[in-house]
Structure formats: C-alpha cells, structure tokens
Design a protein around this ligand. Structure first.
Ligand code: XMP
Length: 305
C-alpha cells in the first residue's frame, strides 16, 4: 500500500485547484488517464465531466469498454464524436511529420470547446514522467508542450508527471481499478494515426483497427508489453490478384519492455505466424500480405511515426 499518501495528496491538490467549479477530464481508457479520472472523481464527485473522444483513431469497441468499466465506479463517461472532423483534417496528408500536429489541433480544440461549454475551470490529463522525458529528448509527444490558452483552456492539472508507467499501474491497483485497466498495454494518444503510413484513410484505419484486435487476442498468451499493427502506403500484388498491385501490407509488431525506453521485439513461432497471416488475410481482400517486424528499440522505435 505504498501510494496511499500520493493518492490523498493528489486528491487534495485537485480539490484545491478546482474549488467549487467543474473540471473536464480526457479519458482514453489507458491506465494514465484512468487513474487521473478516478483521482478527480474522488476529489470532485459530480463536478467532474469525463469525456471519451472518438476520433476514428481508437481501438475497436473502445468507447463501450471504457463506458462500462467507469460506470462501475460511478463515472459517467460521455462520448464526444469528432470522427468526421479528424478524418477531414487529415485528408490528403501523407507527410508523416505533419500528422501529429494536425491530430493535436483537433484533439485540443475539441477539449477547449468541451471545457468552455461545460463552464469548467480546469482540464485534467494523464501526462506521465516518460512523456516529459521523451519530449525533452526531442521526441514528439501529443500531450506535452501544448499552448493550452490558444485552445481556451485556462488551467491544466496533470497529477501524474512525477510517475513512470509501472508506478502508475501500482496506483491504479491501489485505487481498485480492474486489471483490464491497471495492466493494460500502452496505447499512444494519437492512436492508430502513428501506425498509418502515408495518406490516412478510413479504409486503412479500419484494417489496422481490426488487425490490432486480432493480434492482441492471438498474442495475449505471450503477455507482451505492447502490440502494434501498422499499414503501408504502397500497394502490392498477392496470389489472389496477380495482375494489379492493389493490396495493402499489414505490419505486426509485439515487444517486450519495462518502460518503453528500450524494447525487445518478439519473434513469432511458425504456428503463430501462420495463424496471424490467415486471420489478417480474412479481414478483407484488400490485405495482400503480412509482415512481422522484429526490429528491437533501438534501433527502431516502438511506433511507426
Ligand atoms: P516510441 O515509438 O517512441 O514509443 O518507441 C514509446 C512509447 O510511447 C508511446 N508513444 C506515444 N504515446 N503520445 C503518447 O501518448 C505519443 O505521441 C506517443 N508516441 C509514442 C508508444 O506507444 C510507446 O509505448
């Protein structure tokens, strides 16, 4: 029970900063934002508004999962649907370096509006220490270095900036969150976006969303730190259609890691490889081949962009 003091201190801090007003929390279903939501709920009760943003970049059936888990602890998670807005903002953008800033703008604009609409004083998010460290090393992070005032957000509370993920998992356990949250694999804020190479389309996002659900299911027994499914921009031939190179390449990657700073890629057995290929090819006839990425970090990163 090593985090009781931390939990009480953060609850007090949230109470003091928000006062009698309302606050909005960005709840994605990851362990970080889940912990922040529970701390804030304990501090503010009904004065907390929790939102899940559906921007077409989330995992399969993610809102349903989040809503159900948090309903059990008395948090009513509202859905904010910005799918069309996000897809439109990303339309025609194939330069991978332009994607995070576009995502960031739509994401924080949305929260800016939610904060203002609800008359909230504060915005809470689950930025952790690794996000700050990685940002300091020059790695782009969607949630660090945000000009919040430009989005109409006056006060921001980030309760977890002193902790790394393994410690946040400890806090989650101590708060009584279920293991489906406390032990959850990390999933990046920009979601499927940073796994979609080249132009971002509905079709490509659908393929990786489905692929990720399959890969997570098939690889669960290996207890990986993180599973990633990415998609190519270029198209290739397959035996089903030799004449025209019109199929996508899905890329699968599973890594073991403690803290995401370094990672060892899992090399699949022949049986697992065959099973995954079969299931991936059955997602859609748009899938032409499946590639296992067994590059460690370093030299690679865990994500693609
Ligand atoms: P990389 O790809 O740098 O990822 O090896 C390390 C860890 O960070 C996650 N990641 C992100 N998380 N916003 C996030 O919230 C981001 O922009 C972002 N980029 C990478 C990644 O999933 C991995 O766990």
């Amino acid at each position: 029970m090593g985090y009781e003091g931390f939990i009480n201190q953060k609850i007090e801090e949230i109470k003091n900063k928000v006062g009698n007003g309302k606050a909005v929390v960005a709840l994605s279903g990851g362990v970080d934002s889940s912990v922040v939501a529970v701390l804030a709920h304990r501090a503010l009760g009904e004065n907390l508004e929790a939102y899940f943003i559906d921007d077409y970049l989330r995992k399969k059936e993610e809102y349903e999962f989040v809503r159900e888990i948090f309903a059990r602890v008395g948090i009513n998670v509202k859905l904010c649907d910005v799918k069309e807005e996000m897809l439109m903002a990303l339309e025609g953008v194939s330069d991978n370096t332009e994607k995070r800033p576009i995502f960031r703008k739509v994401f924080y604009n949305t929260f800016g509006k939610l904060v203002q609409q609800s008359g909230a004083k504060c915005f809470l998010q689950g930025t952790n220490k690794a996000d700050l460290v990685m940002f300091g090393k020059g790695q782009l992070q969607h949630n660090v270095g945000i000009p919040f005032e430009e989005y109409g957000i006056e006060k921001v509370i980030e309760s977890l900036t002193e902790l790394y993920k393994p410690q946040i998992r400890e806090v989650a356990r101590e708060l009584g969150l279920p293991s489906s949250i406390s032990e959850r694999q990390p999933f990046p804020g920009p979601g499927l976006l940073i796994r979609c190479l080249g132009e971002v389309t509905r079709e490509k996002l659908d393929l990786i969303r489905e692929g990720l659900a399959i890969a997570e299911e098939e690889l669960a027994y290996l207890n990986p730190f993180q599973v990633v499914v990415a998609i190519s921009d270029e198209k290739v031939c397959s035996m089903r259609d030799r004449a025209e190179p019109n199929k996508y390449i899905l890329i699968v990657r599973a890594v073991e890691s403690k803290d995401a700073m370094t990672a060892r890629a899992i090399v699949p057995s022949q049986g697992l490889k065959a099973k995954l290929e079969e299931r991936f090819m059955s997602i859609s006839d748009k899938v032409g081949r499946v590639i296992w990425d067994t590059t460690d970090k370093p030299p690679a990163t865990i994500e693609y962009i």
